[in-house]
Design a protein around this ligand. Sequence first.
Ligand code: ATP
Ligand code: MG
Length: 627
Amino acid sequence: MDVDVVDPLALRVAARNERKSVSRLSHLVRASLGLVWASGRSLLIALVALQLVSAAALAGQVFAVQLVLDAILVSATSQAVGGVVGPVIALALLTAVSAITTSLSGQLQRLLGETVARTMWERVLAVATGVGLRHFESAEFYNRLNRVQTSALTRPYAVTQGLLALVGSLAASVGLAVALFSISPILLPLVLVGGIPVLLTSRRESRLEFDFTVRQTPAMRLRGYFIHLQTGRDEAKEVRAFGLSGWLHERFDAIYGTYLGDLRGHVRRRAALSLTGQLGSALVLGATLLVLVWLIAQGSLDIAGAGAAIVAVRMLAGQVQQVFGGVQAIFESGLFLDDLGEFLALGGAEREQDSGRDAPEGFDLLRVEGVGFRYPGSDVEALKGVDVELRSGEVVALVGENGSGKTTLAKLLAGLYTPDRGRILWDDADAAGFRPSSLRERITVVFQDFVRYALSGTENIGIGRVDEPVDAARVRAAARAAGAERALDALPDGFDTPLSRMFAGGRDLSGGQWQRVALARSFYRDAPMVILDEPSASLDPRAEHELFSTLRSALHGRTALFISHRFSTVRGADRIYVLHEGEVVEQGSHDELMARDGRYAELYRLQSAAYVSGEPGEAGGEGSAPS
Ligand SMILES: Nc1ncnc2c1ncn2[C@@H]1O[C@H](COP(=O)(O)OP(=O)(O)OP(=O)(O)O)[C@@H](O)[C@H]1O
Ligand SMILES: [Mg+2]
């Protein structure tokens, strides 16, 4: 096997599956059937019934053909055609029944397919939203997530479809076998042998298919990403401003070209295999028909019997192939289902981790003690033994250059990651022992890159606490505290206007207005601890001044940690921590830090000099841009 594959885990699964076929088949069938049964049992029952009816109609057609031929032969000698009418009508009716059941089951299968897809989506999305944030740092997780979305999701249903085909063709095969056996017993085993070559090659085909998909996943994701870049709303303006479209087309084309090349090779290999199987089966079928001719020459079959036997052999060979085709479909899905199973198991394992005792309602003193943290896959520590203290009701600021670890500390405090070393103590309780979701209950964060939900203003704020029904008065109060009320009221539908042009009646907000909405969301959450990661980055100087002069009253006694590059706002904090390359290098009030004349004082003077360039004396403050 040509293995140049990025997903060793999935391949190990593939290798394991080459063994223990029969028990595996029954396991796959049971698991998939269970799922389909749970999603839409009445549809499944109806479909099985239709398959049985269709099988009976097929076997009936063989007998009808024999009757028709008999009647024609009789009429040829007796000149009376009346006897042909009955069998012909029967044949026509049986054919009609076959056609009707086929089209009906097509529609029902469509319904059942969607029902199953819904169940699967629910499970997959539960995992995607439930696993720890660290999974989103791993390419392997995205590969699997992508594979699950593009192929594994439809597989449980594919198994069921394979199974339905199997039931139908097995029933039809039994009926046809009985019919054929009653005409000529010798022919039956020959037809059955004809299915074996296809069975042998189809197993190998399944493995080829799975390996190909695994190998192609990274390239498919890259392709998807380039599609997103060319169709995304946020990307559209930059793609145009930088004139990226030609370059994007080229990259996309190149990725697609490579994929198509690989696909051609894959299709060639699959076609060669399938051709071998089909040829083998065709040879056996040819031999069977030769035996039939020999039987006629021998005089052991009359003309009507021979005609019916030809029909039966043709039909039965087709059905036997379908039986094996169904088996193949199930096996082929099997490898994808393992993939899916492991993805879903991730959800189970992670959910169990949501254990521990509930975080307390609040704290008198929150201490970060010697906390060190390294991002998964990174070889430098983003935090190298950080000590920070927050007393209840304090407003504490965190400053530092880009990449100094401010956002990382915010994520650790919010319980999105756990420290590699050191502790975060809520009074005397280690936050590592808290149930993660209960810790997050107590904390609200506005991230630097907060999400702009394309929902109404009310929903954007109300989802700050989704477990309770939205309280319009509180939404308004939160919006007022964050300075978003006026902007939202000015929209055509006020707070109910969708905040995106993507949807009918929607309006866009400016960057600063969005920031206030995000801020309002965090106020609405009503948690004892508020973390604001650059809450004023997009605010104009007046808005920023307003925000910070009212922050304490908006906080209602809650503790706040805010991260900012604007020293004018940092000034008012009870205490300021200066982070540098993952370490706290200075701490104290603004006046203490200025008196110390260290890094903070240097950064502060740099910034105020920019504002009051050329003007000696009073530095800093909420002035506007330099003149
Ligand atoms: N998801 C991540 N995976 C790996 N490394 C990361 C990740 N996020 C941040 N880092 C690294 O961790 C370090 C600290 O990043 P962090 O985002 O905490 O900085 P910051 O102080 O918030 O910077 P800024 O002022 O630019 O927001 C940086 O070196 C950064 O490259
Ligand atoms: Mg940051």
